[in-house]
Design a protein around this ligand. Structure first.
Ligand code: AMP
Ligand code: MG
Length: 405
């Protein structure tokens, strides 16, 4: 049951996502593309491997020549040469002989098997072979991994280390990717003091700027923050406008509560008309604002100031928006079911996201569920979801849990 004046989490998120389109692709050097989302398919320029080669150190032979080999009656072959990995010489095996070969080296013409060195006396001029090798033994054939033209990576996938390796193996030194969104974080509040500087009574150290920038980076963005803006409505808009030219997304924290004159973000942005402030049926994080700023319609989130509210709001709303800017949806938090190790409470009509510790199939709600209680947030690895229509759940109940990144 959601009060008609509140948006559901889903409705609010879909309103946000309807405003966001992927950033235009850019070509990046492969080394810089790590962590970015591909904007093109990557195909194999050549087959992988591109030549038949040995998967072991040993001797290239004709399988027929070693068919009868055993410990008791070894087959002795003359060794006519040695091929190392990277050797581009054109070798040809003469039947009845062997060529020493290293892992990754080209299989000589006419050879059809490799006898691993472990099955031999490791001879130099001649080699004694103690075990037969079947045709194809220890041979990696052309195209055994992928054939030329095959699609190896699909647009929309993220370039994790494995995909970087695939692109490099396909000979690519650049790839077309969605750039990392540039995020600017701006906290507001007269009470904010920079960590590392002394605190006086009545002030707190600014944690949101660091936290939200870190959240954004974790979600694939390049994030910077600006020194906290004091609670003066006249100062907020210029501070935001200054960032517009180098931001793909803006995030403010604080100053959007339910109506005090110190709610400077709300006061400064409301009159623009392009940012909407809503109450979302959730706890923490009920007061939310989202819209666009400037001629380029840069998306802006105005997150609540309480650090836990800001954190939860980021994960629920900003994270999917950053995914959308990157042309993917791969950033959704994993959702699992677990049983509560203690009872929980939740306000009627609002969905709670309680901080908890997930351990296998059990989840322990943390004590300290206030939206200012950052110490408890620091112990959490999961958010326990209590639906809108529940006001309490007993220990042992099964709940949905979001796993935190
Ligand atoms: P506000 O939304 O501005 O009314 O702030 C709500 C609460 O969050 C207040 O207790 C603020 O002191 C606190 N808060 C606001 N911004 C930050 C910040 N950047 N870091 C830590 N706490 C903050
Ligand atoms: Mg404030």
């Amino acid at each position: 049951m959601v009060d008609g004046s509140l948006s559901t989490v889903e409705a609010y998120l879909s309103a946000i996502l309807s405003e966001i389109s992927p950033l235009p692709p850019v070509g990046l050097a492969l080394a810089d593309a790590e962590g970015c989302v591909l904007a093109e398919d990557v195909t194999a320029a050549v087959s992988l491997p591109s030549f038949d080669n040995s998967s072991m150190d040993g001797y290239a032979v004709l399988a027929a020549d070693v068919a009868g080999a055993s410990r008791a009656a070894p087959v002795t072959l003359r060794v006519t040469g040695e091929i190392a990995a990277g050797d581009i010489g054109a070798y040809r095996l003469v039947p009845g002989t062997a060529i020493k070969i290293m892992t990754g080296a080209q299989l000589p013409a006419e050879a059809d098997a490799v006898v691993p060195v472990e099955w031999t006396d490791d001879g130099i001029a001649t080699v004694e072979i103690y075990q037969p090798a079947e045709t194809g033994n220890a041979v990696r054939y052309v195209g055994g991994d992928a054939v030329a033209g095959e699609t190896l990576l699909v647009a929309g996938g993220r370039m994790r280390p494995m995909q970087i390796a695939v692109a490099a193996s396909a000979g690519r030194d650049t790839v077309s990717v969605r750039p990392r969104p540039r995020v600017v974080v701006l906290s507001t509040g007269n009470e904010l003091t920079e960590p590392g500087t002394p605190l006086v009574p009545g002030r707190i150290w600014d944690s949101n700027s660091y936290m939200i920038a870190a959240c954004a980076r974790e979600a694939g963005a390049v994030a910077v923050w600006r020194a906290a803006v004091p609670d003066e409505p006249a100062g907020v808009l210029p501070a935001l406008e200054e960032q517009l030219s180098h931001a793909d997304l803006l995030i403010t924290t604080g100053g959007v509560s339910m109506g005090g004159e110190h709610d400077v973000v709300k006061a400064a942005l409301r009159e623009l008309g392009s940012v909407t402030f809503r109450k979302v049926a959730m706890q923490p994080g009920m007061p939310q604002g989202f819209g666009v700023l400037g001629p380029d319609r840069v998306p802006i989130f105005t997150l609540p100031g309480n650090p836990v509210s800001a954190y939860v709001s980021f994960q629920l709303f900003v994270r999917p928006a950053l995914a959308a800017l990157q042309g993917t949806s791969d950033l959704s938090l994993p959702s699992v079911q677990a049983s509560l190790t203690a009872p929980v409470r939740s306000p009627s009509g609002r969905r709670s996201y309680l901080r908890g510790v997930l351990d296998g199939s059990k989840v322990a709600p943390l004590s300290g569920q206030g939206s200012h209680q950052i110490a408890a947030l620091g112990r959490a690895n999961a958010l326990i979801i209590v639906p809108e229509w529940e006001t309490q759940l007993p220990s042992g109940d099964t709940v949905d849990v979001l796993v935190l990144p």
